[in-house]
Design a protein around this ligand. Structure first.
Ligand code: F6R
Length: 610
């Protein structure tokens, strides 16, 4: 999604903007630009299609605007193709802006402005806002922004400069995230905290419809009624190093390697005397008693974490669990209400569909538990109960350490829910919790011992047009995530199938040499899974088996073309270790294909539009 930055202060503004934009590259983008008040207090805009390197090259050619106040943007195209002219910043005669989000009524506003004789250069909804600001501008920036806020519909975060005010940047948001950073004599705006960590850890979270004014004397805020307000200053607990590659070639492999620590950091403060204890998150056993049903709503990888949650909660707490895709849930008049628990899982905490699902479920009377990584994000703030995954910043677009911490939290929560509803004994719960505490070590072992074999298998997959992931039970939930990871970064088509479902149609796809990745970690299902593996193998599939030592013992020699064997742990917890080779395999397949695994084509990290 688009990234916004802005700066007011003594440093070279162009350098600050480009460097901050670099830290937002992970969000995904297809063009970039900056606008800076130059030494003559005129706004100079430089923008171009493509990566930030193109912008840097262009700045070299046309000359970097020299100044101390400016805004910058990385664009992920929504309205209008990626092109120089559609890139941000966009301007009206006296206003220049950058924008993240979507203006839903932009056609209507554009027709109005065209009727008033305005002309447009780009196809974007953003230029419409720039022109509307210019149209209403009466010398008072805040009143003008307020007037425009009353007319635009949609989600947006805006960085705004008015030609008459060369010493300041204005910012406003509705739905789309925006933070305001502060340091001595300088101020920043950014879509996300990593953009400013190189300059400051102190920031304010801008709330819906609040307007911020940044000058080098400080930052001031007004609420939606234009009353001045004081806001709470927050301090980021992520440092710059955590948001950099630290010697790894890519964020994706760095983040895979950070998983043992991420699990440890996430679970340990929530365990006491070998039992889950969520009091640190304000959740008591009492609060978890008597839910009629659980619905887990999320998107993509987070939804796959929910699939693992379904198996575990149903197994331990004996409460029916539905897992729903947020973009479906929000438009389906879902059956949730008083007495139901809805769990929203999200790394960014800003995913538009997940946020809308949360609001809908809340309005219907369900209790909301959010499992979120980004501190202070919208989903975190609007939930009734909140458990943070403490994975640290996840920069690679393909989620790895966020997923592993999401499922770790799902386990802890399922244990606590089962304990609250007395469907497991304290002793059983202690045993499960003890096993969970061993997972950081187990994950470390799997990373160290499967890297080479996955690298080799990845080199064999690059010629495949399509492949299948199969598994049963928890292994099916896991296959979904394995398949998505591979698709995202290698651009090879794959599907995940419940192994027992193959015969009902999909097996007709199997032909000589087609890779099939079979996940087998559940001994009670192994005989069934073996039958399915034999069925695809005998039809010519190249079988790659990801299995535990216990499951391997049940397999006949020669059943698989390649094997990735991982140690046995508690079988209910196997997704935590078994996901690791699937992630590493996806990573190396992308590398062997020459793809950039950190910024896969067409994808954005934080999906703040529908
Ligand atoms: C895949 C991936 C996405 C996200 C999805 C939800 O690797 O990262 O599928 O899981 O867009 O995002 P969050 O978790 O931020 O709500």
């Amino acid at each position: 999604m688009c990234g916004i930055v802005g700066y007011v202060g003594p440093r070279d503004c162009s350098d600050v903007l480009v460097s901050a934009l670099q830290k937002l590259e992970y969000r995904g983008y297809d063009s970039a630009g900056i606008a800076v008040f130059d030494e003559n207090d005129a706004i100079t805009t430089v923008k171009t299609e493509g990566k930030l390197q193109n912008l840097k090259d262009k700045l070299q050619i046309v000359g970097k605007p020299n100044g101390h106040v400016g805004i910058g943007h990385t664009r992920w195209a929504t309205h209008g193709e990626p092109s120089d002219v559609n890139s941000h910043p966009h301007s009206g005669a006296r206003v220049t802006i950058v924008h993240n989000g979507i203006i839903e009524n932009y056609q209507e506003i554009k027709s109005f402005l065209v009727g008033k004789g305005r002309e447009f250069l780009s196809e974007t909804d953003t230029e419409v806002v720039a022109q509307l600001l210019d149209f209403y501008y009466d010398g008072n920036p805040i009143a003008t922004i307020d007037k425009v806020m009353g007319e635009v519909v949609g989600s947006f975060a805006l960085g705004i400069m008015f030609k008459d005010f060369p010493d300041r940047v204005f910012a406003v948001r509705r739905e789309s995230p925006l933070i305001v950073g502060v340091a001595d004599g300088e101020a920043f705006i950014a879509s996300d905290v990593p953009a400013i960590l190189q300059y400051t850890k102190d920031y304010y979270l801008l709330e819906h419809d609040e307007i911020a004014t940044l000058t080098n004397d400080g930052v001031s805020f007004v609420d939606k009624y234009l009353n001045p307000i004081e806001k709470e200053l927050k301090t980021a607990d992520w440092d710059q190093e955590a948001a950099e590659k630290g010697g790894y070639p890519h964020f994706m492999i760095k983040e895979i390697n950070e998983q043992p620590e991420a699990i440890r950091t996430t679970i340990m403060p929530r365990i006491k005397d070998n039992l889950p204890n969520l009091e640190e998150c304000g959740i008591t056993l009492e609060m978890l008693k008597g839910f009629k049903s659980v619905t887990i709503v999320a998107c993509g990888t987070a939804m796959h974490a929910g699939m693992v949650g379904k198996y575990v909660i149903e197994d331990l707490a004996r409460i029916p669990v539905n897992v729903d895709i947020a973009s479906e849930f929000r438009y389906r008049n879902p059956i949730v209400g008083d007495g139901d628990l809805v769990i929203i899982i999200s790394q960014s905490g800003e995913t538009a569909d997940s946020l809308a699902a949360l609001r809908l479920a809340k309005q219907k009377g369900a209790k909301i538990l959010a499992i979120v990584n980004a501190k202070g994000s919208s989903i975190a703030r609007e939930a009734d109960m909140l458990i943070y995954t403490l994975a640290g910043p996840e920069i690679a677009v393909a989620s790895t350490k966020a997923y592993i911490t999401q499922i770790s939290v799902m386990y802890l929560f399922a244990f606590e829910l089962a304990l609250a509803n007395e469907t497991i004994s304290v002793a059983e719960c202690q045993q499960l919790t003890e096993s969970l505490q061993k997972m950081p070590e187990a994950v470390k072992y799997v990373i160290d011992n499967t890297n080479e074999v996955c690298k080799k298998i990845g080199s064999k997959l690059i010629t495949a047009d399509s492949l299948l992931y199969i598994g049963r039970g928890l292994d099916y939930a896991l296959s979904m995530e394995g398949s998505l990871k591979l698709k995202e970064v290698s651009y090879i088509h794959s599907e995940s199938y419940a192994a027992g479902e193959l015969k009902h149609g999909t097996i007709s796809l199997i032909e000589d040499g087609m890779p099939v990745i079979a996940v087998a970690t559940q001994t009670d299902l192994i005989e069934k899974t073996i039958s399915n593996v034999v069925e695809v193998k005998s039809r010519g599939a190249n079988v790659i088996l990801v299995c535990t030592e216990a499951c391997e013992q049940k397999m006949k020699e020669g059943i698989a073309n390649y094997k990735v064997v991982i140690p046995n742990t508690h079988e209910l917890l196997m997704p935590i270790t078994a996901v690791v080779p699937l992630q590493i395999l996806a990573y190396y397949t992308a590398i062997h294909k020459g793809n950039d695994p950190d910024q896969p084509r067409n994808l954005a990290k934080s999906v703040t539009v529908e």
